[in-house]
Design a binder for this molecule. Structure first.
Ligand code: ADE
Length: 375
């Protein structure tokens, strides 16, 4: 496999840098043609509305293409343009994002929409530099919006592209390193065709999603770039890209409570800062409480359960932490009469439509809404 950079390759006068440039340059035409013939028909394609593209790209950073489709349609129906996003109430915005995770991303989208209203008179900016200057927009998103919406030849290097390029160049460098990503960006930028920036960039992404796939054997038999792929030549495509192991996640134990009376379920708003800031949650405490301790806790907040049911354990994985949860459903006499002032009382419909509750709790919110397995 390749080391990197300036060294002269054995048996040829070319440096590695020059060889990489040749390989990428020779990919431009076959990749662009392949994309035009083979691209999936996705709702955010075949149009060039920068706002639509931006929304889809932020969503695609969070979840799979299939899952994005319904979020994308609902988001644009509720917030059809930058002005609507800039003006929407935060809770309604978070509700539209419920289940996608990384809620700061959608908060940043609202900040960016307000920047567009204030600085660009409501018109989505059309230069790479102005797009890159918007809140929450990094190199990838700026390159994607600039090239897909405006045909600007700037790179859009996501995980798909890192995989495709590290295989094409047979690079064993760690693609988790910012320096490696930056170099790939420079090398791609040097070959993006100015008349087909969108199709070329989307072609790299699509090839990574459909052919040069992760986890297991890439489908080299279907690949338009198989003839020039250096990893394929040496048979090392299955070992690439090299990704340094992520740091181990911290494990947090939690006990989650569904306090209900005949009418409502208690929820509370999370603090304005930190993980899942400003969203709602089922009441919960650190640690795994046994039944006795759980009843003692509920009494300590003014609720005396008349029936207690232990719920199944559940796990939720965030990027840096894992929640290992156990839960109790507690039927109490009358929530509102007895309860502390930090609680909000929501019926099934409000849990569904009004309050944004993170997916981390979904094993228990499904039960709270009456959709899950319980009493
Ligand atoms: N992943 C990231 N951007 C994408 C796009 N525009 N289409 C499909 N998958 C993607």
């Amino acid at each position: 496999m390749s080391g990197r950079g300036k060294g002269v390759l054995a048996g040829s006068g070319a440096t590695e840098g020059e060889r990489d440039h040749e390989v990428l340059l020779s990919a431009v035409r076959p990749l662009t043609e392949w994309y035009r013939k083979n691209k999936r028909d996705l709702p955010w394609r075949n149009q060039a509305d920068a706002y639509h593209i931006w929304v889809s790209e932020i969503m695609l950073q969070q979840t799979r293409v299939e899952a994005v489709k319904s979020y994308y349609a609902r988001f644009l129906k509720e917030l059809p343009n930058v002005k609507a996003l800039a003006e929407v109430d935060e809770e309604q915005l978070l509700k539209l994002w419920e289940g996608l995770g990384y809620y700061n991303r959608v908060r940043n989208m609202q900040k960016a929409a307000r920047q567009i209203m204030d600085v660009h008179h409501g018109e989505f900016p059309c230069t790479y530099e102005e797009i890159r200057a918007l809140a929450g927009i990094g190199n990838y998103t700026a390159g994607a919006v600039a090239s897909f919406a405006f045909g600007i030849p700037k790179p859009a290097v996501d995980g798909n592209v890192l995989r495709v390029v590290s295989r094409l160049l047979c690079s064993e460098e760690d693609v988790m390193k910012a320096g490696v990503r930056k170099r790939f960006e420079r090398e791609i930028e040097a070959v993006i065709p100015s008349e087909a920036a969108s199709d070329f960039n989307q072609g790299l992404i699509e090839l990574g999603a459909l052919v040069c796939v992760p986890n297991g054997a890439p489908k080299c038999g279907e690949c338009p770039l198989a003839g020039t792929c250096l990893a394929r030549e040496t048979g090392c495509q299955g070992q690439l890209p090299v990704k340094k192991k992520a740091k181990e996640r911290r494990i947090e134990k939690r006990t989650v409570f569904i306090f209900r009376d005949g009418r409502a379920v208690a929820i509370k708003k999370r603090p304005a800062k930190g993980l899942l800031a400003g969203l709602y949650e089922l009441p919960n405490v650190f640690g795994h409480l046994d039944g006795e301790a759980a009843i003692a806790y509920s009494k300590s907040i003014g609720l005396t359960p008349v029936r207690v049911k232990e719920l199944e354990a559940a796990k939720h994985v965030f990027s840096h932490v894992e929640w290992h949860m156990i839960g109790y459903e507690m039927l109490v006499d009358e929530l509102e009469k007895n309860c502390s002032d930090w609680m909000v009382f929501a019926d099934g419909g409000e849990l569904e439509d009004k309050y944004p509750i993170p997916t981390a709790f979904s094993a228990y919110t499904d039960i709270a809404k009456g959709n899950g397995r319980s009493s």
